[in-house]
Design a protein around this ligand. Sequence first.
Ligand code: ATP
Length: 251
Amino acid sequence: MTVSKKPVLEVRGLTKNYKSTTAVDSVSFEVRSNEIVGLLGPNGAGKTTTINMILGVLEPTHGSIRIEGRDVALERSEALERTNFAAVYSPLPGNLTVSQNLRIFGLLYNVPDSEKRIEQLLEEFELKQFRNTRCGVLSSGEQTRVSLAKATINRPHLLLLDEPTASLDPSTAQSIREKIKEYAAQGEGGVLWTSHNMYEVTDVCDRVLFLSHGKILLQGDPKTLPGEYKKKNLEELFIMVAREPLLLESM
Ligand code: ATP
């Protein structure tokens, strides 16, 4: 895929300190339009903290975040207008139906002709039969599809996906991956994607960033990076980085 030069997300020196922990430690990276970047790392590496700072939910201790050139700290609403996200830990209100939820987010994001957009999304994410079903009674995989429909409702230029396929069966997960790849390839959007599924990351991501104890230890193309470290695949490389990060320095 040809990667355009325009960055939709620029993160510089991003740090988050808690009393006794540095969750994110001076992290810098970019996501460009039409690019899918994987944010990888073991449990507790700082992935969700990074995403929450990009979304303006958590305040960084140091550093800056720019979305399409707008600083999240200084121009929050303009920066976040064309941003959206989906995460399993952030389900949509369960007492509202699928259509009601999408309508509310259509209003919140000021989506033009939102009824038409909602029909497209119901079709695209195979949710038509659930339009009048309360989200709380849907299976976890169905809820994930609703979250992804919500996440793309405003055709975001920056789409943040925190383990988007974690609860999906292999066939649904594959069709969701294809949709996100299409989304990144066709529009102006860039995607930041976290996942613990290295097969999926190799399939989907143009570039990966390995985070460990809040720092980016290495980055590159998930298809060629394992070979550079004499590993058979991304899973083997992940295990080495997670267990023996100091080994990287001697390679
Ligand atoms: P996982 O893969 O398990 O979801 P993660 O990479 O998303 O992990 P984070 O949730 O970003 O990791 O957590 C990074 C570190 O920051 C962890 O050590 C966590 O315990 C710590 N942390 C997160 N939130 C707080 C908080 N509010 N107070 C103190 N420490 C926190």
